[in-house]
Design a protein around this ligand. Structure first.
Ligand code: UD1
Length: 421
């Protein structure tokens, strides 16, 4: 196993280029199965989750070629419609294969994703939506088995759950509805930029989708979808992580290849803490500042504050002046990073789904352990700002979603090394 050793305190400066969005890429790669021929996708991040999805596709008999962030997907030889446990258990996001497989091939056998470190993560909304379109769903020996005895039929589907909209359930149902007979209405659809990107991709293939970016989607089914070439949007979560690295190390980082509009709620909160940035068409540059102020943050589905930046924001607020609160409304159990941040000197207490953060004036390097993907990024950020050395074990979590993380940080002046444990 590998770990990071960070010598904290280096001021980061320079330019960092943001990679393609992992969370947009996963459903778009899956949706390429709907096409007749070879799809070519650009700006695909070279991260572990993408490689896991590629392995599942290869297992199914799909021809895949991945080189220099361009991915070719040719489903013409597909002969298995199963995603086995060993793949799904490491990457829950692979559930977004379900909708495309059922719409195009009429069958899918998928290991139940189960829980993970950020909570129970049910899939009831995926199943509800698919059933509404005419899919027969059974649970057999830990697998969801879906079959479509006849052509899928458009329907009116309310897709809201106890925690609001669901990103990947929306992706699955939208994909399935593109090839269903007649019209589908999805009420309480997710409006995340990754869903809009998927809709743009499907529309380029010939799908008829209306209302993407709102909470109501209308989809008119079509008979076939053609293969296209498409480029994925930049990763707003990776961008937010580097922006915070800039403030935490009192540096000026020019974060390039971002869509500032995708980070609206995050940048608004950052501004509320009293720091400033220069926002340009495709970049955000941090302006170094003294100590920032505490704020209250509530995570919500888009356009609210993203849960995937909650852990990193907590690192930032740990060094703010005053008391901040962070309330997690999307994954109420997503606080695995709190104990590790406290180990580095933060003062965070949990009260159910709310964290109370008393600002401290410094972090002190320590031995820590990475847990889930974004929690691990939060610990790296703290290590960069800490006095002395921080060791972070189990960094394979980070490799799931950050392309060339330490190389990008080193280029900005960070003292971070990857070593074998
Ligand atoms: C996606 C993202 C993940 C992000 C999350 C929320 C990918 C690959 N992953 O995950 O990084 O943190 O959106 O922005 O894109 N829920 C149900 N029933 C369901 C499905 C979800 O109750 O059938 C609940 C979840 O437990 C959670 C909430 O809905 O409380 C939102 O989850 P969801 O949007 O589905 O997350 P994912 O799409 O899995």
């Amino acid at each position: 196993m590998e770990k990071f050793i960070i010598e904290g305190g280096a001021k980061l400066s320079g330019t960092v280029r943001i990679s393609g969005s992992k969370n947009a890429a996963l459903p778009i790669i899956s949706a390429s199965l709907l096409a007749e021929g070879k799809t070519v996708l650009h700006n695909i991040p070279d991260v572990k989750d993408i490689k896991t999805l590629i392995r599942i596709l290869e297992y199914m008999g799909v021809k895949v070629r991945f080189e220099r962030n361009t991915l070719e997907v040719d489903p013409s030889g597909i002969y298995r419609y199963t995603a086995p446990y060993e793949f799904v258990s490491t990457m829950r996001g692979s559930i977004c294969l379900l909708g495309p497989l059922l719409a195009k091939y009429g069958q899918a056998r998928f290991s139940m994703p189960g829980g993970c470190l950020i909570g129970a993560r049910p899939i009831d909304l995926h199943i509800k939506g698919l059933k509404k379109l005419g899919v027969e769903v059974l649970i057999e020996e830990g697998y969801i088995v879906g079959k479509t005895p006849r052509k899928l039929k458009g329907s009116n589907i309310f897709l809201g759950g106890n925690f609001g909209s669901s990103v990947l359930a929306t992706a699955n149902i939208m994909c399935a509805a593109t090839m269903a007979k007649g019209e589908t209405l999805i009420e309480f659809a997710a409006s995340e930029p990754e869903i809009v990107d998927l809709a743009m991709f499907l529309k380029k293939m010939g799908a008829r989708i209306y209302g993407e970016g709102s909470h109501c989607l209308r989809i008119e089914g079509v008979k076939n979808l053609k293969s296209v070439e498409y480029s994925i949007i930049p990763d707003r979560i990776e961008a937010g992580t580097y922006i915070l690295a800039g403030y935490l190390t009192r540096g000026s980082i020019n974060v390039k290849n971002v869509v500032p509009g995708h980070l609206f709620s995050f940048l608004d909160k950052i501004e509320e803490t009293g720091v400033s940035f220069k926002s340009r068409k495709n970049s955000i540059e941090t302006v170094p500042s003294g100590r920032w102020r505490s704020v209250d943050v509530i995570t919500l589905p888009y356009p609210g504050f993203p849960t995937d930046l909650q852990a990193q924001m907590m690192t930032y607020l740990s060094l703010a002046e005053g008391i901040s609160t962070v309330t997690e409304k999307v994954f109420p159990e997503r606080f695995i990073h709190v104990a590790e941040l406290n180990r580095l000197g933060a003062n965070i207490n949990l009260d159910g789904a709310k964290a109370i953060i008393k600002g401290v004036d410094r972090f002190k390097g320590s031995k820590t352990m990475a847990s889930d993907l974004r929690a691990s990024a939060a610990i790296v950020l703290a290590g960069l700002a800490a006095e002395g050395e921080t060791e972070i074990s189990r960094i394979y979590h980070l490799d799931r979603g950050y392309e060339n993380f330490e190389q990008k940080l080193v280029a900005l002046g960070a003292k971070i090394k990857r070593i074998k444990s």
